[in-house]
Design a protein around this ligand. Structure first.
Ligand code: ADP
Ligand code: MG
Length: 282
């Protein structure tokens, strides 16, 4: 899967400008990171650890104070590259209401490609495809404000997909959703990653949303302090605890049972794994 990374951060630091209430603040400190095409990378970290600042560097909403971010071979700090970078990397934010602007779902999804100057027959094709990809085609003529939170967020994702990005960056896209909405959105993101080959950078504070990722980054004070597969990361329960993060419920249960003497491996993540360890079948 290696080759050229789609996204590369080299020694990236970023400081927000001083404000009346606050000294200059280094929100990213010497971050090195490579994301490869087709990867599903999740980012964890407590509030203020720099996750959103990192996300905004991937599509040039912010550019480094020091170091370099390169996306598909394009340096984000070169102004002439920004247009192309934004087509390669789409962003989805926390609040779906801020992302939907049109009076019908299909107009909303068409908005991006219209701005890119895509011809109208092609726009129609892309809108249909994008709505199919997020399972929202039956709602194409609905007004967005009548949809549930999970549906709105899927329409927002369709609006990004219709621009045919290589990568989507989702900054806590499920934070405002109920459990059903969260499941819908997670299912959608995984499907886009597996079936459409879209690279995903998913920021979340729900530990269970990280289990299906290829790789997890844990941030603290603007640095990546832990990185690995979900199993590797969640095996570090003490370090995560110091970073004010939890482990998934099943992992927590596994640890407690291990303390009571049961031989359940470190980094047990899912209910199925737990059942297999407790009652191995032949
Ligand atoms: P996270 O997304 O992990 O909660 P952020 O990237 O939003 O973290 O913030 C990282 C740090 O930068 C925090 O200390 C935050 O207060 C600060 N910060 C974020 N946005 C701004 C801003 N616009 N101006 C000044 N400081 C900011
Ligand atoms: Mg944030």
């Amino acid at each position: 899967m290696k080759g050229q990374p789609l996204v590369r951060f080299t020694n990236v630091s970023f400081a927000y400008a001083k404000t009346q209430t606050r000294e200059e603040w280094r929100a990213l400190a010497d971050v090195n990171l490579e994301i490869y095409e087709n990867e599903f990378v999740a980012v964890l970290g407590r509030n203020g650890s720099g996750k959103s600042t990192l996300a905004k560097h991937v599509n040039a909403l912010l550019t480094p104070s020091a170091g370099q971010v390169v996306v598909a071979g394009l340096d984000t700090s070169v102004p002439q590259n920004v247009w192309e970078i934004r087509q390669k990397v789409g962003m989805v934010f926390q609040n779906p209401d801020n992302q939907l602007v049109a009076t019908t779902v299909e107009e909303d999804v068409a908005f991006g490609p219209e701005n890119l100057g895509v011809p109208s027959a092609e726009i129609q094709r892309r809108v249909t495809e994008a709505l199919e990809a997020v399972d929202m085609l039956p709602y194409r003529l609905h007004p967005p404000h009548q949809l549930s939170g999970g549906q709105k967020q899927r329409v927002a994702i369709a609006g990004i997909i219709s621009m045919r990005p290589k990568c989507i960056v989702l900054d806590e896209p499920t934070a405002m959703l109920d459990p059903a909405g969260r499941r819908e959105v997670m299912h959608t993101i995984h499907r886009l990653n597996k079936e459409e080959g879209i690279t995903v950078l998913h920021i979340t504070h729900h530990m269970d949303e990280v289990i299906g990722a290829d790789r997890v980054l844990v941030m603290d004070q603007g640095r990546i302090v832990l990185e690995g597969t979900p199993r590797e990361v969640f095996s570090q329960a003490e370090l995560l605890h110091e970073l004010h993060l939890d482990v998934p419920q099943v992992t927590d249960l596994a640890q407690r049972l291990r303390k009571r003497g049961l031989s359940i491996p470190q980094g047990t993540l899912t209910v199925n794994e737990m059942v297999m360890h407790l009652c191995p079948s032949d």
